[in-house]
Design a protein around this ligand. Structure first.
Ligand code: PMP
Length: 784
């Protein structure tokens, strides 16, 4: 080592003396007879397991009743710290009783703390679950953790206690002391990065740190202190260990989990923004907290590296607990530094603003009586009619959704692999916020000037090409198809319609006439002709439309239009030969009819390869209709066509829709489009859809009932047959659907014979959801 290097080391070691008491891993007090104390003090007979603790010795006592954690304060632990913890936990129990944090358990004689051989003993309830370290957590977990930490912080808002903890290395206010020991960090890259982080933090952030919104905070929400449920999929179940509580800036309670929990293999920026989004759903951040939050996340990581370096030299026993910092802390720091301060702060701001604030204690988090399912079914039949169908043998009573997840009234969670109405995910905060903001500002009929609907129309048509640039807004897919049908008749003078056999296009009288799915095949309206759909599985190429056109001409009707669901959904999601739809459309056009692409099912990024189904097929429509997915669950329908067709239609009809394209619907549509683009959900449809189909094909050997796996993007059809044949097996299809539901995955069935499993999830459905669904599918076929 050079003499300059030696001098630096000596200085660091000298500075490190200041760190004794800050960074030392304090050995917990000597072992005690925990089972005896549990029995004598708390009346709990049970086995004792020692748990990790730096300043307390902790023992889990499992008895026949709910277990408890016996805590014995260490030699260095001030009794004040114990009193602070107890007071805080009792405050939380009173303010937010549903918060999943430990409860103080008093001794049989009512005391919260007991002196035993000169040491202070106290007990808290053992929460069910396992540490978050035990699972491969994803962004949904971090969002949920954000919600929970925010609830905790809100509940702590009114809490005060006169005791202040001793100085801890992890308190970022001690950064100037830690910065002196940075030269102990061995890796030059890490050392240089940490020094730069501390320079900025100490020079610019710390002087303003004391002026930030402050209160008592947990101060140590990292994954060993976060519990998840035992079952699969695991969900966030609680926060434990209040031993590091302090009074300080609120953002420290975000910085800790953002820095530590990003060490998880997830992209660090995605992880951090997911947590902040969850947090701000419950508790908004102030604008001036965003930059300090960014700096504090980096400073927390810098502290991790410095404490590890210090302990390696002075306290080797304390290094093990911090192994994560060396393993993945660097990748987090490098990723965040790589994005740059401005980019990360802007992303934090977007995440914070994207979140729609909900009350800290949401109505569905408070226990309330759930009506019996049988009672609801009977009520529904009474007021909605007994023929209105309900999915599954054991119907689900869904009360809440988030992304690709749904929860039932009993709190059970389901992967939603069925619903395309919430196209970008259930209750997407950005769409919800757009609806709420506009509803709180203005909603009117559509005879006034309003910019949102214009911006939406421009951005929507920009995805389409083919001269498709003029829109009519309505409120449903059925209405859109009804308008398209009228338009085609006005433009062509024809009166005949051509659709696929078993097609479904909606509920108005005209459109029901175009929907053989709704009626027996030979009872479609007299002016409608149907085409046999392609069925590659059975070697059927599909009707070329010539006979249907000839029949309409012969009947004196003439073809007004060909209307096709571009996903061929109710035909069982067949793999349609390349060029089939384009050829059919040209044949009809040559005979004077228009081609209407019904994108209600398949459009809006679901095909993965393209944004619209007609683009996926390489076909050129004259009219495109859209419905359910385009506003993420808000009722909206759109007809898009060429300007000349639109003009002629208005001249002939004087059409006007009161609600179609109202400001709230337009805001919902625009936000959905933005989310589709910002979150690159078309790419997700492609990659997740393809991987999922591959996974299902991988099950075919084991489960010969799977005859064919097909579809595109996130529209997937799985044909169920009697093994070794092409004979549809509806019974097995229904059985698999119901078993999937029992296992917490929702799918549907489809096709003329009802033997196609229909998998058509929100586009927020990602690899983690597909893995759960695939596993459930495997077990559903096995009959487990
Ligand atoms: N077209 C297709 C292809 C559909 O699947 C549906 C509804 N499932 C509709 C039109 C009708 O849409 P809505 O129910 O919004 O009226």
């Amino acid at each position: 080592m050079t003499s300059a290097g030696t001098a630096q080391r000596i200085e660091a070691d000298t500075a490190a003396i200041d760190l004794i008491g800050l960074a030392t891993h304090m050995a917990p007090p000597a072992a005690i007879d925990a089972p005896r104390l549990a029995r004598e003090l708390y009346g709990l007979d049970g086995e004792s397991t020692p748990l990790h603790g730096e300043r307390n010795a902790n023992y889990l006592i499992r008895g026949s009743k709910q277990g408890l954690i016996l805590k014995v304060a260490g030699a260095l632990e001030d009794l004040g710290g114990v009193r602070l913890q107890i007071a805080a936990l009792e405050h939380l129990a009173a303010i937010d009783p549903t918060l999943p944090v430990p409860r103080v358990i008093r001794a049989r004689d009512g005391r919260a703390t007991v002196e035993v051989d000169g040491r202070t003993v106290f007990a808290v309830s053992a929460l069910p679950g396992r540490s978050m370290e035990a699972i491969d957590f994803g962004l949904d977990h971090l969002r949920a953790l954000g919600v929970l930490v925010a609830r905790l912080d809100r509940a702590l808002r009114g809490f005060f206690h006169p005791w202040m903890p001793p100085k801890l290395a992890w308190d970022l206010r001690n950064a100037p002391v830690l910065a002196k020991a940075v030269s102990l960090i061995e890796s030059p890259d890490v050392r240089e990065a940490v020094a730069a982080v501390y320079d900025r933090f100490i020079g610019e952030t710390l002087p303003r740190y004391g002026g930030l919104r402050s209160q008592f905070i947990h101060n140590d929400v990292n994954y060993p202190n976060v519990l998840v449920t035992e079952g699969e999929p695991a969900t966030i179940a609680g926060i434990v260990d209040f031993g590091d509580m302090t009074h300080g800036p609120l953002i420290a309670d975000l910085a800790v989990p953002c820095a530590d929990n990003a060490c998880s293999g997830l992209d660090a920026l995605d992880a951090v923004t997911a947590f902040v989004e969850g947090y701000t759903r419950v508790q908004p951040l102030e604008e001036e907290e965003l930059a300090p939050l960014h700096d504090a996340i980096l400073a927390r990581l810098a502290t991790g590296f410095t404490v590890v370096a210090w302990r390696k030299r002075h306290d080797p026993a304390g290094v093990a607990q911090l192994a994560a910092y060396e393993k993945s802390g660097w990748s987090v720091l490098e990723t965040l530094l790589g994005h740059g301060r401005d980019t990360v702060i802007a992303a934090l701001g977007r995440a914070a603003r994207r979140a729609i604030v909900v009350p800290a204690t949401r109505p569905d988090m408070v226990a309330r009586p759930v009506p019996a399912k049988a009672e609801l079914i009977a009520r529904r039949a009474r007021v909605l009619g007994r023929h209105l169908s309900l999915s599954y043998d054991d119907p689900v009573h869904i009360v809440r959704g988030d992304g690709a997840w749904l929860w039932d009234a009993d709190g059970r969670r389901y992967v939603d692999a069925y619903n395309n109405v919430p196209q970008v995910g259930h209750a997407h905060p950005r769409v919800v916020a757009a609806i709420a903001r506009q509803a709180a500002t203005l909603n009117t009929n559509t005879r006034y000037l309003h910019e949102t609907v214009l911006e939406y129309a421009e951005r929507l048509t920009a995805t389409m090409g083919e001269g498709l640039e003029a829109c009519i807004f309505v409120n449903s897919g059925s209405e859109a198809n009804d308008v398209a049908w009228r338009m085609a008749q006005v433009w062509t003078g024809g009166r005949g319609g051509i659709v696929m056999a078993n097609a479904y296009h909606g509920i108005t009288e005209a459109v029901a006439g175009l929907s053989p799915y709704e009626v027996a095949a030979n009872q479609v309206a007299p002016h409608v002709r149907t085409l046999a759909a392609p069925d590659a599985f059975r070697g059927v190429t599909g009707d070329d439309g010539k006979a249907a056109i000839a029949s309409l001409v012969k009947a004196g009707l003439g073809p007004a239009m060909l209307m096709i669901d571009t996903g061929f959904t109710s035909n069982g999601i067949p793999d349609v030969p390349k060029g089939y739809l384009a050829g059919l459309a040209e044949t009809v056009r040559a005979a004077g009819g228009l081609f209407v692409a019904d994108e209600v099912q398949f459009g809006c990024a679901r095909p993965g390869t393209h944004f619209w189904g007609y683009q996926h097929h390489g076909a050129r429509p004259d009219i495109v209709t859209m419905g359910k997915p385009i506003a993420d669950g808000h009722p909206l329908g759109v007809v898009v066509t060429r300007r000349d067709i639109l003009d002629r239609f208005f001249e002939a009809t004087g059409f006007f829709s009161t609600f179609g394209g109202n400001p709230v619907s337009a805001a919902a549509g625009l936000a959905t489009l933005e989310v589709l683009q910002n979150e690159r959900l078309q790419d997700n449809a492609l990659t997740t859809g393809e991987a999922f189909r591959r996974g299902i094909r991988g099950l075919m050997n084991r489960h010969p009932a799977i005859g064919d796996v097909r579809g595109a993007g996130l529209l997937i059809g799985v044909e169920i047959v009697q093994p070794g044949t092409r004979t549809p097996d509806k019974l097995m299809t229904d059985r698999v659907k119901n078993r999937m539901r029992e296992q917490g995955v929702l799918i549907g069935t489809e096709g003329v014979h009802g033997n196609i499993l229909k998998i058509r999830p929100p586009l927020a459905f990602r690899a983690e959801h597909a893995a759960i669904a695939l596993d459930a599918l495997d077990r559903a076929f096995a009959g487990d």
